[in-house]
Every structure is written in structure tokens, then in C-alpha cells.
Design a binder for this molecule. Structure first.
Ligand code: AMP
Ligand code: MG
Length: 405
């Protein structure tokens, strides 16, 4: 066995080789999950005009002094109406019925909510029960954003709220780091998928849906490249096709020490690969390199290993390629509930743990079977507890945890 390298060395090697992000203009509506390459400035005030926050009556605040008072109702303004074009105005001793979001009519400087008023049966006289100050329930133009404001800086990761803001200021397109296209390929003669029953020796392909899901969560465009048997020509043609369509490719399986582990053989031939044995468990074997300039991650085949390898290597690399300001998931310190056992083997172990917060303190406990084939514990895990080489972490002691949510 070749010598083991540290996680940091493997990760630095990968990050060094990954291409820089490529920026370009995209429709704002299609920008969720992408990272701004240029700041966004507002060209408009939001709200665009002074309007009412309540259903009620637009009044002159001065007319409510000494309430209760009666005012004559001279019109109605609904949301979407232009009171100026309709000739609606609030003069002394008058009021205008107004609905939430409607523009303040000229002359009015406050709104009395409908619950504090009583429209008399003549329909044109309203009793106002309370005195209101100038500006009562009025939302001023530009109170959220002003034209000329920088709304979001470069490096902002665009989420649903950002998309709403972009729409609110009329921004149609943004300059972002382009969305990555990342392919996922499974390898192995034993793999099957679909509803049929398994023949002896066969298992179902679990890695592809898991890796496609991780990519989807990451906000990249995930491409299902299917699965290939343990055959050099099949793996080679699948990879050559993949790098022509993708910005990065993830394979799983075929990078261990077995006789039919052809992924690393093919990658050695068609790319500039480095086959690494990282001092971690799970996810020790990892092949990484460039094929036609495209990063290819040869992740291990065991389902837990492939997901952990994704978290530790592929996620930071893909985030770097996507221009993300933060390459890693959140790390916290947690107390161990029930102990996390391991034996000393020269590697750092990543234990699948359930994470809870009690009175502001993170607690973790084992999520179940810790074998690299036991995906069910990975599925329910909220984090990976980092167990340094040694005999594990006893109950009540502290451990570093990489949160998975
Ligand atoms: P390998 O690295 O190809 O030797 O695979 C290591 C282990 O992972 C073997 O038990 C494989 O059957 C299993 N394995 C490989 N690929 C997958 C997959 N896509 N889904 C589930 N198990 C897999
Ligand atoms: Mg295999």
C-alpha cells in the first residue's frame, strides 16, 4: 500500500488544479443558487411611491386632532389605481377610502385603519375615533431600497429572497459565476437499478441518486451519466463523452485495490491523474485529475465513502469553481452523547452522527452502523463527527462536527 496523505494535502492538490469560475450574464429568474460576479445597484425606489400599509381612510393628520371627528368621504383608492389621474385629493375636513398598497392621494399625510373608523349609513361621512400622527401607516417611497443604492455585493449567493429583491427593482439579468454542469457516472458489473429483482451477486446502484441529489442541493446542473460495467473501453468512452459535456465529472467505484478497478487505469491513460490514499475513514481511496482540462473525481464505491468523499473533496472544489465565498459546510464543536468509539489506525475517522441542540449546546450521538456500506446511518446523519486518531471520544467530551444541513 502506498503511503497515506493528509486530508489537507489531498484537498489542496484538488483546489490547485480546479479551474477558476467563469462569469456571464443570466436571467435574474434563473439565478437562484448562483454567486454574483458583479454588484447589483437599484435603478428604482422600492416602494416606488408612498402607499398605505392598512385598509382604512387617508386623512390629514391635523384633521384628527380632538378625535372623535367626522370627515366627508370624497373617493376610494384601490391598489393599482392612480389617484392623481382620477382627480382624487384629500382637502381639509375630507377623507378618502384606501386599500392596502394603494398610493397616498395628494393632500393626505396619514392613514386611519378601518377598525378605528365608522362609515355612517349615508356612505359619505366617516367617524374617526382616534387621533393619528403624520405618516401613520404610510410606507414611504424608497423605504426599502433607494435608486442608486448598492443592493447586493459581488460574492453574494443568490437565494429566494434575493430573487424577490431583484424582481422588485426590475433587474432582468445579473452577472454571475456560471452554473456548473456536473456529471455523475456509476461503475461496476454488479450494479442494477429499477424495479426488477436482483440476481445473485447483484446490488442496486445507490451512489448515483445520492450524488445527483448532493449536486442538486449544491445548485449545480446535475447530469445523470448512467452506469457502466467494469470494462476499460466502456469506462473510457463514457468518460470521454462526459468531459465533452460537463464542467466536472464524478465517478464512483473502481478506484480501490481490486483486480477490476479500471476507473483509475482509464483515468491514468486519458488524463493527468493522481491516485491518492487519504488518511481518513471512510473514503480513503480517491482519484482526481484533469481529463481534457475537466476535473474528474474518482470517488470510492462504497456508498457512505462516496458521499463523504463528495463532502470533503468535491463540494469545496465545486464551490470554488462556482465562485462561492465559502468552500465548506459549517463546523461546530459538540458534546458527545453515549461516546463515539474507534480504534487507532493512523487515520481521521468521520463518524455519522445525529445532531441536536440543547440550550444552545450542540450534542451528537452515533447515527447507527458506521460501516462504509451502511448508507442508512448516513441518510439520517445531521453531521460528520471528526474523530482524530486514537480510541474515540467518551461520553460528555467535545468533538468537532461538520454539519450536513
Ligand atoms: P469498488 O470501489 O468498485 O471496489 O466498490 C466498493 C464497494 O462499493 C463494492 O462493495 C461495490 O459493490 C460498492 N459499490 C460500488 N458502486 C456502487 C454503487 N453505485 N451503489 C452501491 N454500491 C456500490
Ligand atoms: Mg467496482
Amino acid at each position: 500500500m502506498g503511503s497515506l496523505i493528509s486530508l489537507a494535502e489531498a484537498r489542496d492538490h484538488i483546489l490547485d488544479l480546479c479551474p477558476a469560475p467563469v462569469s456571464g450574464k443570466v436571467q435574474a429568474a434563473n439565478s437562484r443558487g448562483l454567486v454574483l460576479a458583479e454588484p447589483v445597484e437599484s435603478l428604482e425606489d422600492v416602494p416606488p411611491f408612498a402607499n398605505t400599509a392598512m385598509d382604512g381612510f387617508a386623512v390629514r393628520a391635523n384633521d384628527t386632532v380632538g378625535a372623535p371627528v367626522t370627515l366627508s368621504v370624497v373617493g376610494t383608492v384601490a391598489a393599482g389605481m392612480d389617484p392623481v389621474a382620477s382627480g382624487i385629493e384629500v382637502g381639509p375636513g375630507t377623507a378618502v377610502r384606501i386599500m392596502t398598497g394603494a398610493p397616498m392621494p395628494p393632500g393626505a399625510d396619514a392613514v386611519v385603519m378601518v377598525e378605528r373608523t365608522n362609515l355612517l349609513s349615508d356612505g359619505v361621512t366617516v367617524e374617526v375615533a382616534v387621533e393619528v400622527p403624520v405618516g401613520n401607516h404610510v410606507r414611504l417611497a424608497g423605504e426599502d431600497l433607494m435608486a442608486g443604492d448598492q443592493v447586493f455585493g459581488a460574492g453574494t449567493v443568490l437565494g429566494p429572497g434575493h430573487l424577490g429583491v431583484l424582481a422588485s427593482i426590475g433587474t432582468q439579468s445579473v452577472v454571475v459565476h456560471r452554473r456548473l454542469v456536473v456529471g455523475v457516472l456509476s461503475t461496476g458489473d454488479e450494479l442494477r437499478e429499477g424495479p426488477g429483482s436482483l440476481s445473485p451477486g447483484q446490488i442496486r446502484d445507490a451512489n448515483r441518486p445520492a450524488l445527483l441529489g448532493l449536486l442538486d442541493e449544491l445548485g449545480v446542473e446535475a447530469v445523470d451519466l448512467g452506469r457502466v460495467p467494469d470494462s476499460e473501453p466502456a469506462i473510457e468512452s463514457a468518460l470521454i463523452d462526459a468531459v465533452a459535456r460537463c464542467d466536472a465529472v464524478l465517478t464512483s467505484g473502481g478506484v480501490s485495490m481490486g483486480d477490476f478497478d479500471y476507473v483509475k487505469v482509464v483515468l491514468n491513460r486519458i488524463g493527468e491523474m493522481r491516485w491518492m490514499q487519504v488518511a481518513i475513514k471512510p473514503a480513503k481511496p480517491l482519484a482526481f485529475g484533469l481529463v481534457e482540462g475537466v476535473p474528474v473525481f474518482g470517488l470510492p464505491g462504497n456508498p457512505v465513502s462516496s458521499m463523504v468523499s463528495f463532502e470533503l473533496f468535491a463540494r469545496p472544489a465545486l464551490r470554488a469553481m462556482a465562485g462561492h465565498p465559502e468552500l465548506n459546510r459549517r463546523n461546530v464543536r459538540a458534546l458527545v452523547d453515549g461516546g463515539l468509539e474507534r480504534h487507532s489506525d493512523g487515520k481521521v475517522h468521520y463518524a455519522r452522527v445525529v445532531v441536536n441542540v440543547l440550550d444552545g449546546q450542540f450534542w451528537v450521538r452515533s447515527a447507527g452502523g458506521q460501516g462504509s456500506h451502511q448508507l442508512s446511518a448516513m441518510a439520517v446523519a445531521g453531521g460528520l463527527a471528526v474523530l482524530p486518531d486514537g480510541n474515540g471520544i467518551p461520553h460528555g467530551s467535545e468533538v468537532e462536527v461538520l454539519l450536513l444541513d
